[in-house]
Design a protein around this ligand. Structure first.
Ligand code: KE4
Length: 426
């Protein structure tokens, strides 16, 4: 820990808050952030040499675990051929084909370097295609840090208590209509009142950024029906759920065909990649074919593409989703049972291999109910597990993840640490 403290104070003298992304700063849970030094499989080693079973997994990308041999080999070989050309390469075509094979709704694809870029571009396209300005989003959902979406945002913005970021022009915020997640009546009212002004509805089809919140039966279907009826577009932000809740993401699981989809995280195998895509008639409005400009020096970067392709091909070959879901269910049920036995009010909400422990007795269905969770208890839970070598996301309003590298023995060890945490910290 000494190393880490020294490293963090040195980091704070040059990096804002000592980190390159706010969620890493442990502001919600207190203490000094863990500095990673190495990862392998389900294990993470910090700068002080301490090892952890990792359930944060870099906030989602590492569904195959750290340093998967096929992904690492692909990236190293690609790098040796040249890191970037600023020219089309075959790998980008192969990755886009692999994405479309899993997401048939993505008839045309554009690769970017982050999920934020993918979402920002998809919404620019939605506004251009409809000639309308208003975007509907749901409070507590997070869609990256582009201006129009930092309104009632989840993830780090929610954790830091600043769901509406400073610096976002009021005009931008006025073009973002925020509704409660899972509130069908609110969506119907919004369309009744402003349907003709709404360009798109963007949604995390399964929310990760309030912690894991599932769509109520009929919610996604209502979004599909109302957007189609009013000439608005339905945008699924599957940056977390893509290749996570199924090979074809939430749209495969819930059998809903959105007009546009945004991807990130897993699609790059741990390297910087985002992607957006959808109906051909929409996507062909994007430059160079159409008037919607979007570009990127490292979009479709050959090294990232090679890693992403290796990752997606491994997922297609292994189809690990049943086994991942079973292991996640065992962990989630075990945590819930330990909380019950310890008399600690907790809800463990899971979807496939993503889950969240909320310290609240009630179901978490939207931002208001998520905010009722006891975040101080979460901080104590987090630190007790950290001490015992188990690394959960350092914030209540995030999702924890399993990978194909997690084993039954990892789950047993984790449940033992959870039992101790409930005894020691509650
Ligand atoms: P990136 O720009 O971070 O690649 O993707 C933005 C984004 C878009 N949509 C969803 C549903 C997302 O969850 C994200 C990013 N997720 C956060 C964690 N919840 C990234 C972690 C961070 O901000 O450091």
């Amino acid at each position: 820990m000494k190393n880490t403290k020294k490293l963090f104070s040195r980091a704070c003298r040059v990096l804002v808050g000592g980190v390159n992304s706010p969620v890493r700063a442990f502001r919600a849970v207190g203490g000094t952030p863990v500095f990673a030094a190495q990862g392998r499989g389900s294990r993470l080693t910090d700068a002080g040499g301490k090892r952890y079973i990792d359930y944060c997994l870099s906030w989602g990308p590492l569904i195959l675990g750290h340093a998967h041999p096929a992904v690492t080999r692909a990236a190293v070989l690609a790098a040796a051929r040249g890191a970037t050309f600023g020219m089309p390469t075959e790998g980008e075509v192969l990755l886009a084909e692999e994405i479309r094979r899993a997401f048939p709704s993505m008839e045309r694809v554009r690769l970017t370097s982050s999920g934020t870029e993918a979402v920002m571009s998809a919404l620019r396209l939605a506004r251009a295609a409809t000639g309308r300005d208003v975007i509907v989003k749901f409070s507590g959902c997070y869609h990256g840090h582009s201006d129009g979406l930092l309104v009632a945002a989840g993830s780090g913005a929610l954790t830091l208590g600043r769901p509406d970021s400073a610096g976002v022009p009021k005009a931008w915020a006025r073009m973002t209509l925020v509704l409660p997640y899972n509130d069908v009546r609110a969506v119907e009212t919004a369309f009744r009142r402003a349907g003709r002004a709404i360009a798109a509805v963007i949604v995390e089809p399964v929310v990760g950024n309030m912690g894991v919140v599932l769509p109520a039966p009929g919610f996604l279907e209502t979004l599909r029906r109302l957007t189609a009826r009013h000439g608005a577009l339905l945008v699924f932000d599957e940056v977390i759920t893509g290749f996570r809740v199924a090979l074809g993401g939430a749209q495969e699981r819930y059998k809903i065909r959105p007009d546009l989809t945004c991807l990130g995280k897993i699609v790059g195998g741990g390297f910087p990649i985002g992607a957006y895509g959808g109906r051909r008639d929409l996507m062909e409005r994007v430059a160079p074919l159409g008037p919607v400009y979007q570009a990127g020096t490292l979009s479709g970067n050959p090294v990232a593409v090679a890693a992403g392709l290796a990752c997606l091909r491994e997922l297609r070959r292994r189809r690990p989703y049943g086994a991942l879901e079973k292991l996640t269910r065992r962990l989630a049920d075990g945590i819930a049972e330990s909380a019950r036995q310890a008399g600690v009010p907790a809800r463990v909400q899971a979807a496939a291999s993503m889950f969240t422990v909320f310290f609240t007795p009630d179901p978490v269905t939207d931002y208001a109910s998520a905010k009722r969770a006891d975040t101080k208890r979460y901080a104590r839970f987090f630190h007790s597990l950290l001490e015992q070598g188990v690394y959960f996301p350092p914030a209540q309003f995030e999702a924890a993840f399993l990978s194909t590298a997690h084993t039954g023995a990892d789950i047993d060890r984790t449940l033992e640490a959870v039992r101790r945490a409930f005894r020691a910290a509650f």
